[in-house]
Design a protein around this ligand. Structure first.
Ligand SMILES: [Zn+2]
Length: 196
């Protein structure tokens, strides 16, 4: 939901800041001058809360660590996804918005396996086998080999290993999945519409 109407109580004018709103239902590039500041024991500002002029939701900036909360989810909306795939795609993107990159990669692996099975791969295969299935059956675009090699890397861990993932790992899996999802679901639907 987007909040309409009046502002938060006691909010006031502070120095203007431009940022991308981290709320997943908004995500706009905004410029806000309304918010609240927090002072440390020496009287200098160490945290600021801004109100988004579009959705009215607050975003917190820790001025020491320079972290934004909620931070911005990686990736984009994709049209014409089956509902379960759409839900998992959203969940993966939201995890990146919470800096939960290991969770995002795990959701991404699950999503990739789900896509492969939906496109005819057998159940209960290893992750790498699903990647191979999508490539061998031309579901991955040509020239995506270097991406595919990166993605395979994420499947080489045994299940009992705990490997903490970084934003770069999440970005690799997410970029590859976005390409796959557009190629398999969004573009064919666009073409069908044109022909019909
Ligand atoms: Zn917003």
């Amino acid at each position: 939901m987007i909040y309409q109407g009046s502002n938060w109580n006691n909010i006031h004018n502070i120095s203007t800041r431009s940022y991308k709103c981290g709320y997943s239902g908004c995500g706009r590039e905004v410029s806000s001058e309304k918010g609240l500041t927090h002072l440390n024991q020496f009287g200098s500002i160490d945290g600021v809360i801004y109100e988004c002029p579009n959705c009215r939701r607050p975003t917190f900036f820790d001025t020491t660590s320079r972290e934004q909360t909620p931070s911005v989810a990686i990736g984009n909306d994709i049209k014409n996804l089956p509902s379960e795939i759409e839900e998992l795609w959203r969940e993966m993107r939201n995890a990146t918005g919470q800096r939960a990159y290991t969770s995002a990669v795990l959701a991404g692996r699950k999503l990739l396996m789900h896509i492969a099975v939906e496109q005819g791969a057998g159940p209960n295969l290893e992750f790498v086998k699903y990647v191979d299935y999508l490539v061998d059956n031309h579901f991955a675009p040509p020239n995506s080999k270097s991406w595919v090699d990166q993605i395979r890397k994420h499947g080489n861990e045994a299940n009992h290993e705990i490997v903490i993932k970084t934003i770069d790992d999440a970005l690799e899996v997410l970029t590859f999945l976005e390409m796959l999802l557009r190629f398999i679901y969004e573009f064919p639907a666009k073409v069908d519409k044109k022909i019909a």
